[in-house]
Design a protein around this ligand. Structure first.
Ligand code: FAD
Length: 392
């Protein structure tokens, strides 16, 4: 059986979001033949992604530097403001990338723009065959997995990569159970224009309902991620653009001056998802098929891109990329990193949601310690940036 004709493939990826597209490019760059299923586009919903250093280098190595330079903005300063009204409220904490000798912590880009750039790059890669249809049937076998759906001939693949998001069909076919939970929060997203310069700084206001964050974009524009109690999200989300912009300005204490809506707005209910295993039966999970958590600390897609790098490395040099040893290597490589991030984001989010005094004290003391102790600050900043090896 040849593995690269129309009906057979070494590797098939289900899902052409940012993570699936990046996986196709990384595996193709490593010499693999790949079929990528799904519509390569993302809705314009105001969501932006802060790409940390490791992700930036990985995408650069995949040939995206020029395209991303044109649409991404540097994030040079991160400011945390305790806006909970707690008795133990701490002064704002500021982290500067320059303290680490870096030009920026990361680069902020609209998710839809990132997916567009990745799709344009994938279209020029001869080792990637893009099939815009959805996969509706997945049948695991001992030597390959069969994928079928409307509008394309069934494909047999040695390895199927599930990059099909939180409702992953691949995860179900692999028999991997997911633990899901929800938070009493909804994220409102938007792109705003403002009167004052942001000076490449993001500011995260920690409120009782969750963080409200402004992340710098090109010109006098910032993206908003505002986590709110669902009823309040409905009220604010129902406002017209002018009313909503005024509400954001009030919540962010006018630090960027008068605001107007300068792009699409979105609404995302907050939840989490984790899996015990990242691979089973010739199938491997990457991105939100394997882990979902709230958008705090710019972790989700960065973690997904580290899945991509780990998968590429796990199958390197194997004749059969779906064999049990390659998948065990991938699973082993992802367990600790994903667990650490999921736990840390969940814990931070829950301390914000609680009214308990000890949690306030701990968060207050924690923020204070972070701001005062330079080596600790640098450690935390490096932790946030961890994944510098993703480009590897
Ligand atoms: C408000 C907000 C802000 C965020 N900010 C950041 C940030 O700053 N930094 C960061 O790192 N992360 C951030 N994230 C997280 C980040 O957006 C996600 O981790 C990332 O978009 C997930 O990408 P994905 O490719 O895994 O999944 P998705 O984008 O969900 O893509 C899955 C794709 O699979 C397709 N698909 C599903 N089923 C099938 C099928 N059967 N056949 C074919 N195709 C299929 C879907 O149509 C979709 O295109 C944020 C998230 C939110 C909600």
């Amino acid at each position: 059986m040849t593995m690269t004709d129309e009906h057979h493939s070494e590797i098939a990826i289900v899902g052409a979001g940012a993570v699936g597209l990046a996986a196709a490019l990384a595996l193709a760059a490593a010499g693999r033949e790949v079929v990528l299923f799904g519509q390569a586009s993302a809705p314009r919903d105001g969501r932006t992604i802060a790409l940390l250093d490791g992700s930036w280098r990985l995408l650069g190595a995949l040939g995206l530097s020029e395209a991303l330079d044109a649409i991404a903005s540097p994030l040079a300063v991160m400011r945390l403001v305790d806006d909970t009204g707690s008795l133990f409220r701490q002064p704002p904490v500021e982290f500067k990338a320059a303290e680490l000798g870096l030009p920026a912590f990361g680069w902020n880009v609209e998710n839809a723009g990132l997916v567009g750039a990745l799709a344009a790059r994938a279209a020029t890669e001869p080792r990637i065959r893009m099939v815009a249809q959805a996969v509706t049937e997945i049948v695991p076998g001992a030597d390959s997995v069969r994928l079928a759906g409307d509008g394309f001939a069934p494909v047999e693949a040695r390895l199927v990569v599930g990059a099909d998001g939180r409702r992953s069909r691949v995860r179900g076919a692999a028999g991997i159970a997911a633990r899901e939970w929800s938070y009493p929060q909804v994220a409102l997203t938007a792109i705003l224009a403002h009167r004052r310069e942001h000076r490449d700084a993001s500011t995260e206001f920690h409120t009782r309902a969750g963080p409200c964050t402004l992340v710098p974009m090109g010109g006098r524009r910032s993206s908003l991620v505002w986590l709110l109690e669902p009823r309040e999200a409905d009220r604010l989300g129902g406002m017209d653009d002018a009313g909503f912009a005024r509400a954001v300005e009030r919540q962010t204490h006018s630090i960027l001056g008068a605001m107007t809506i300068a792009g699409p707005r979105g609404r995302v209910p907050m939840g989490g998802l984790s899996v015990d295993r990242f691979a089973a039966g010739r199938m491997a999970l990457i991105g939100e098929a394997a882990h979902v958590f709230p958008p705090i600390g710019a972790q989700g897609l960065n973690l997904g891109l580290r899945d991509v790098a780990a998968l590429r490395d796990a199958v390197a040099g194997t004749g059969d990329p779906g064999d049990a040893a390659a998948l065990a290597r991938y699973d082993g490589a992802r367990q600790a990193d994903v667990r650490l991030r999921t736990g840390a984001v969940d814990a931070l989010n829950r301390t914000l949601l609680t009214d308990l005094l000890p949690a306030d004290l701990m968060r207050g003391a924690g923020l204070l310690a972070l701001s005062r102790i330079a080596p600790l600050r640098r450690l935390v900043m490096r932790q946030g940036l961890a994944g510098g090896t993703a480009a590897g």
